[in-house]
Design a binder for this molecule. Structure first.
Ligand SMILES: [Zn+2]
Length: 260
């Protein structure tokens, strides 16, 4: 199939609307074709930016209040109607209060969830961009004793790299990246035909952003068929991302945690 035919499928891909079959062949093509991969990344970023813009431009509290007042004056029934039925207004008001409280909780949770999803989505984008890049890493080495010192002086923190001799994972290299204006490390690992990124970021720098889920565990960034595991240790936030299985992601996470 020529690139033109793949291009027609990219929008469906970005919207997670591809069939399982299409997805497999398209992803195989994206791995082999930097032009289409770049195009896919561009469309993905556009989608993310549109989503972010939609979340950013929310109505001001004053505007919201004005709207609520105008709705209230239109809908408020005559007070006397309630005077006839003592007791009726109480459950009514309680139900409204409960509904409003639930709405507020839902909105807060929803916003937090969206912010988390947004941060993970941004890191997934970074991972995809790295994969599509002609020079994915700045230090190419399978030797952790080469990669670790390379980061020294480039980052305001240090971290340990795992011993991989008895595992199927292979260290490819690493690069300095920026997330929310803070420098961090991106490490690239290979597992069979899968590529995995481990992001090491400063928790302190991220706290004001409240962007990354605080709990440990594997979450699935379903839209892109990537698995993600994240945890916090020693003031650093670790995020493992890859198209490998959740079990593989967990294994690499364990190796990272065991690194001394
Ligand atoms: Zn192509």
């Amino acid at each position: 199939m020529t690139c033109d035919l793949w291009r027609d499928k990219l929008d469906a891909y970005v919207d997670s609307a591809c069939s399982q079959e299409e997805l497999a062949s398209l992803e195989a093509h994206l791995r082999a074709c930097p032009t289409c991969a770049t195009e896919a990344l561009g469309r993905l970023q556009l989608k993310r930016m549109t989503q972010a813009a939609a979340a950013r431009y929310s109505p001001s509290p004053e505007f919201r209040l004005r709207m609520e007042k105008s709705i209230q004056t239109k809908r408020r029934p005559p007070v006397r109607a309630f005077a006839w039925l003592p007791g009726t207004w109480m459950p009514g008001m309680a139900a409204v209060a409960v509904a409003l409280a639930l709405l507020a909780v839902g909105l807060t949770l929803g916003m937090r969830h969206a912010a988390r999803g947004q941060a993970v989505a941004e890191l997934v984008d970074l991972h995809v961009a790295t994969m599509a890049s002609a020079n994915p890493v700045d230090v190419i080495s399978t030797d952790r004793h080469t990669v670790k010192p390379w980061f020294q002086g480039k980052l305001p923190f240090t971290f340990n790299l795992p011993e991989l001799q008895n595992s199927s994972f292979k260290l490819v290299g690493g690069r300095v990246m920026y997330f929310k204006h803070s420098p961090g490390a991106q490490l690239l690992f290979q597992l069979r035909n899968h590529e995995l990124s481990v992001f090491v970021l400063q928790e302190q720098a991220l706290q004001s952003q409240a962007g990354i889920p605080s709990e440990t565990g594997v979450t699935t960034a379903r839209e892109m068929a990537f698995n993600v595991e994240t945890w916090s240790e020693g003031g650093l936030r670790y995020v493992v991302i890859g198209d490998a299985s959740p079990a593989d992601i967990q294994e690499l996470s364990q190796l990272m945690r065991a690194a001394r």
